[in-house]
Design a protein around this ligand. Sequence first.
Ligand code: HEC
Length: 139
Amino acid sequence: MFQFSRFVVGLALLATLAFALPSSAEDDKDPSIKEIMTKAHKGGDAILGKIGKDLAAKEPDWADVTKLSKELVGLGASLAKNKPTKGEQESWDKLTKSYNESAKALLAAAEKKETKDAKEAHKKLSGSCKGCHDAHKGK
Ligand code: HEC
């Protein structure tokens, strides 16, 4: 029992460390779907939430939006390479492709400092959750 709890604490510590690492250190291996969801989407401190806050500002911090959008493009590419536990491959390919197109559109808009286009791409990404979860989340 004691051994086991130490093991669990160790795992928790490792997980914390993994998330604390800068994204550049993770570029060479594809994170799992769960890791991608947590990093990209889960809560206001995830990438998508941060971009939303940036874009809501009168003068968005484009350097930050660009940096975060690049991370999203990278995570989107990894997402496409993952296999969901539920649903058809064809549907997954379609949904991840559309996700990646929006992520790239967001990056392009950020680089051009186009608030309207950036907001539109952000909105598309923010609205992508349910369709994909209905088709592919769960067993
Ligand atoms: C292209 C498909 C796809 C899109 C788009 C998508 N998700 Fe997911 N998401 C998944 C799948 C598949 C899982 C289940 C992963 C698993 O359990 O292995 C998941 C799981 C999650 C989880 C649970 C993670 C955990 O720790 O178990 C959260 C939170 C989440 N998604 C948030 C979001 C939000 C918010 C959005 C929209 C902004 C979104 N997702 C868009 C496919 C998607």
